[in-house]
Design a protein around this ligand. Structure first.
Ligand SMILES: Cc1ncc(COP(=O)(O)O)c(C=O)c1O
Length: 469
C-alpha cells in the first residue's frame, strides 16, 4: 500500500483473501463439482448456526446434518430479498415500506415482484427510518417492511415490532387469499401470511452479518411477552433477512448472498396433507421452495441428476436462476472460519476512527453500544456544518492524497429511476440532510495500523483545511 514514506494509496474496500480461500477454491475446482453442491450446503448449515436460526444439525455438529437449515445461499442479497418476497407471496397490488436512505436493491427487489414501494424519510439525526412515519404509511395493502441495518448497525427492532403488532395496525392486515389458486407457491405465501397475521419484517441485512442487538421483541417474540432483553443476531431478529456477500462486504464470496428466516410457527418435520390444508407450514417446504425458485423450478438439482440413471426431472414452473456455486461456497467456508478475527480487526480500526472524529468534532456512525454490536461494515461520518460542495471538495482532496472514500447513500428519490416512478427528494428532507455532508472512510481488514493512521491524518488535515478550523 505504500507509495513513499509520506504518501500511501488506500483503496476503499478490497477483498481480504488468504491461503485458506485459495485452498478452498482449488479444492472445489479439483473436486469435479463446481456448481451448487456440498460446499454450499455446508455453508448454509454453518451460516444458519452463526446467525442463530434453525441449523438443521444435531448438537450443532456439521458431521450430523439431520434436516434442512432455515437459510439458503444464493448469488446475491438482491436475489435473496426477491426470493423472500416470492416465498412470502408479495406481489402486484401489495405495498412494501422501505427507507429512502439506502441502496437501490432494498427497494428494487420489491419492484421486481410487482409490489409498490413506499419510501420513508430518515429520522432527523439517525440513519434509521422515521418509525412514526413508517406507522402512518401502513395501509391494508402493506405486506412487508424492509428495515436496513445500514453500515452493520442493527435497526431498532423493538420499535418495528411494536408498530406491526399494535392491535390497530394488525386489524388492517389483509393476508393473501389462495383458496381458489392451484399454485403451490401462492398457497405457501398465503399460509405464511396467515400464520404471521401481520405485516412481515423482511430485513435488509446486506451489511450486517455477525451483528447483534439486545431486544425484547423479535420474530421469536414479536409482542415482547417475555419482557426480557435477549441478544439476537441479525438473521434471527426479523422474520426474514437477506445478506450480501458481494466483493466489498465484510464477508465475501465474490458475489453471493443468503436468505434466512426465523418463523416460530414453522414445523420441523414433513407435514401431512391435512396439516397443510389446516394452514401449517414446514421448514423443509420453505427451503425446498427457495431451491425451486433459484434453480428454474427444476424438481431435481444438478447433483441429484448425476446419480446413475436419475436423468428425469420436472419443471414445476418457469422460475428463476440465482443459485450459489460451490466455488463461491468454498470461499464462504474459509471466510466464515476467519470471520471472528476479521470482525475483531474492524473493531480496532473503528476505535481509532472514533477517537479521531471525536477530536475533530465530526459526527460518526456508532458501531458499538450496550444495546447492539455492529458488524462494523461502513465508517459513515457527517462533517458538521458542511454543504455538498465542501463535502465533494474533501473527497477530491483526500483522493489526491491517495485515500479513497465514498458516500453512503445518495437517497433513492434522487436517482433517475426512482424519480421516474414519481419520487421527489423534497419529500425526504432528513434523508437529504444526512446525505449532503456524509463521507464514508475506508474500513477494511487489508488496512495496516500505519494505513489507518495515514487515513486519519489526511482526513483531519483535509477537513480542517476545507472547513477552516
Ligand atoms: C444496503 C444494501 N442492500 C442490498 C445490497 C445488495 O447486495 P448484492 O449486491 O449482494 O445484491 C447492497 C449492496 O451493496 C446494499 O448496500
Amino acid at each position: 500500500m505504500k507509495r513513499n514514506d509520506t504518501e500511501r494509496t488506500i483503496s476503499f474496500s478490497p477483498p481480504d483473501m488468504s491461503e485458506l480461500e485459495e485452498r478452498q477454491v482449488v479444492d472445489a475446482l479439483r473436486s469435479g463439482w463446481i456448481t451448487t453442491g456440498p460446499r454450499v450446503k455446508k455453508l448454509e448449515h454453518l451460516l444458519a448456526q452463526f446467525v442463530g436460526v434453525n441449523d438443521g444439525m444435531e448438537d450443532g455438529n456439521i458431521e450430523k446434518v439431520a434436516a434442512d437449515p432455515s437459510l439458503v445461499c444464493l448469488n446475491s442479497a438482491t436475489a435473496s430479498e426477491e426470493m423472500i418476497f416470492r416465498v412470502l407471496g408479495v406481489g402486484p397490488g401489495d405495498e412494501v415500506i422501505v427507507p429512502a436512505y439506502t441502496y437501490t436493491s432494498s427497494a428494487a427487489a420489491a419492484i421486481h415482484v410487482g409490489a409498490k414501494v413506499v419510501f420513508i424519510d430518515s429520522q432527523p439525526e439517525s440513519l434509521e427510518m422515521d418509525y412514526e412515519k413508517m406507522r402512518e404509511a401502513i395501509t391494508p395493502r402493506t405486506k412487508a417492511i424492509v428495515p436496513v441495518d445500514l453500515g452493520g448497525v442493527p435497526c431498532d427492532y423493538d420499535k418495528i415490532y411494536e408498530v406491526v403488532t399494535d392491535p390497530e395496525i394488525r386489524k388492517m392486515f389483509l393476508p393473501l387469499e389462495a383458496d381458489e389458486s392451484d399454485d403451490d407457491l401462492t398457497k405457501l405465501g398465503s399460509r405464511i401470511q396467515k400464520k404471521l397475521g401481520r405485516v412481515a419484517i423482511v430485513a435488509d441485512g446486506a451489511h450486517a452479518l455477525g451483528a447483534s442487538r439486545f431486544v425484547t421483541r423479535s420474530s421469536a417474540d414479536p409482542e415482547g411477552e417475555n419482557d426480557r432483553k435477549e441478544k439476537k443476531m441479525v438473521g434471527s431478529l426479523a422474520d426474514f433477512t437477506s445478506f450480501s456477500f458481494h466483493a466489498v462486504k465484510n464477508f465475501t464470496t465474490a458475489e453471493g448472498g443468503a436468505a434466512s428466516w426465523s418463523l416460530p410457527f414453522v414445523v420441523n418435520r414433513i407435514l401431512t396433507k391435512e396439516e397443510i390444508e389446516q394452514g401449517e407450514v414446514s421448514n423443509a417446504e420453505i427451503y425446498h421452495w427457495f431451491q425451486l425458485l433459484s434453480l428454474h423450478g427444476q424438481s431435481k438439482d444438478a447433483l441429484a441428476k448425476t446419480q446413475l440413471g436419475a436423468w428425469e426431472y420436472d419443471i414445476i414452473a418457469p422460475l428463476y436462476k440465482c443459485n450459489m456455486t460451490d466455488i463461491m461456497g468454498g470461499i464462504g467456508l474459509a471466510q466464515l472460519e476467519r470471520y471472528p478475527g476479521l470482525l475483531a480487526r474492524r473493531r480496532k480500526i473503528i476505535a481509532k476512527y472514533d477517537a479521531a472524529c471525536d477530536e475533530l468534532g465530526v459526527e460518526h456512525i456508532v458501531h458499538f453500544t450496550n444495546d447492539y454490536t455492529s458488524s462494523g461494515h461502513l465508517y459513515i461520518t457527517r462533517i458538521t456544518g458542511c454543504d455538498d460542495t465542501q463535502r465533494r471538495s474533501i473527497i477530491t482532496k483526500m483522493a489526491e492524497r491517495g485515500v479513497a472514500t465514498n458516500v453512503h447513500y445518495k437517497p433513492l428519490p434522487m436517482m433517475t429511476g426512482y424519480k421516474r416512478i414519481g419520487w421527489n427528494i423534497e419529500d425526504f428532507p432528513n434523508a437529504y440532510q444526512l446525505f449532503s455532508n456524509e463521507i464514508t472512510l475506508p474500513l477494511h481488514t487489508k488496512l495496516s495500523d500505519e494505513d489507518v493512521d495515514y487515513v486519519i491524518n489526511v482526513f483531519l488535515e483535509t477537513v480542517r483545511e476545507v472547513r477552516g478550523y
